[in-house]
Design a protein around this ligand. Structure first.
Ligand code: FO1
Length: 333
């Protein structure tokens, strides 16, 4: 058990691995404390093309959240969004099951124009973020396309077809990341890991948000190299009381043969994380998390509003500071 007895100086340069909503909320709390010291490596496996435009849902969810523009009701998209364009697209017979709001559309128009002009996705992403006043850096996990697909009884489905169009109804029996063989960590991602004083794995889905990031050539190696340098890796459970805060992670854990608990998530991070933050409702699981070789930290992890986001972020940073202090990380587990 990590005792938060005497406060250690908090890490100032932090890398957060994030998927959608859960990772975005923790990132928002971390940015409030770290500002430009925060770099978020975001999953791009959920990306898709709609109406000829490239949409990057996890990146955009994180960007809007860190810009303070996020739609708090849905967890994705923009606050105050309207859908006049979607209504017109429907009149033309376009499929609008993946609904692009009028303001959100500007993001995809600018992104697509610049990609067609030959700009790198990372440069485009950083410019979009700066325009919205985001202080952290949100880096795509790779600059080449990766597309997550899930195997169901209806065969292999593109991620958003499964997630949105079919409302996550089918059980997920397997995963694959199309294009992952060609994907390599960008110079910006590698530089962020080299400079990191702590690495955080957000409360995102371990399979479709975190695993694609770690599958990009060079990223898991960069994480492990940082660990041997004494940089702690702190993972946060997205499963609380056996339920996913948002999305299908609990069902996916079960359908992929794991237990849908914080312990089931912790098992995904053995050999990767040094500390595992679980919610107070799951306190009884702490000894079993410790038995996996992860230092359990029990805290209130529900990020219902901005102060809660910052509180959760501070817990994570204090746990990292403590872990770095006791020289825990880097021990070959
Ligand atoms: N989620 C939905 O459930 N329905 C939608 O129509 C939808 C549209 C959408 C448009 C842009 C965007 O960035 C995200 C959008 N999402 C929608 C959420 C998205 O499917 C998820 O946030 C991520 O892919 C999961 O991390």
């Amino acid at each position: 058990m990590v005792s938060l007895s005497h406060p250690q100086p908090l890490p100032e340069r932090v890398v957060l691995l994030a998927g959608g909503v859960g990772g975005a909320r923790l990132g928002h709390g971390l940015q409030a404390i770290l500002g430009r010291g925060l770099t978020i490596v975001v999953n791009t496996g959920d990306d898709l093309e709609r109406h000829g435009l490239l949409v990057s849902p996890d990146h955009d969810t994180v960007m809007y959240t860190l810009a303070g523009l996020d739609n708090r009701e849905w967890g994705w998209g923009l606050a105050g969004e309207t859908f006049a364009n979607a209504e017109m697209l429907e009149r033309y017979g376009e499929e609008t099951w993946f609904r692009l709001g009028d303001r959100d559309l500007a993001t995809h128009v600018v992104r697509t124009r610049r990609l067609r002009a030959g700009d790198r996705p990372t440069e485009v992403a950083l410019d979009l973020q700066r325009a919205l006043g985001v202080r952290a850096a949100i880096l795509p996990m790779a600059d080449t396309p990766v597309r997550t697909q899930v195997l169901t009884d209806d065969g292999w489905l593109e991620f958003q077809d499964y997630f949105v169009r079919r409302h996550q109804a089918p059980d997920v029996l397997d995963l694959r990341f199309e294009g992952i063989e060609e994907a390599t960590a960008t110079p910006e991602v590698l530089a962020a890991f080299e400079a990191a004083e702590a690495i955080v794995i957000g409360p995102s889905n371990p399979f479709v948000s975190v695993r694609p990031i770690l599958a990009v050539a060079g990223i898991e190696a960069a994480l492990q190299t940082a660990r041997t340098r004494g940089v702690p890796v702190v993972a946060v459970s997205g499963i609380v009381g056996g339920k996913a805060i948002k999305g299908p992670a609990d069902r996916m854990l079960r359908s992929l043969g794991h237990e849908a608990t914080a312990l089931g998530v912790a098992r995904q991070y053995t050999g990767i994380a040094d500390v595992f933050v679980l919610d107070q409702v799951d306190e009884a699981l702490a000894p079993e998390v410790e038995a996996l070789g992860l230092n359990p930290v029990v805290a209130d992890t529900l990020m219902t509003d901005d102060p809660a986001r910052e509180r959760a972020a501070r817990v994570v940073l204090e746990a990292a500071a403590e872990a770095r202090h006791v020289g825990r990380p880097g021990e070959r587990t």
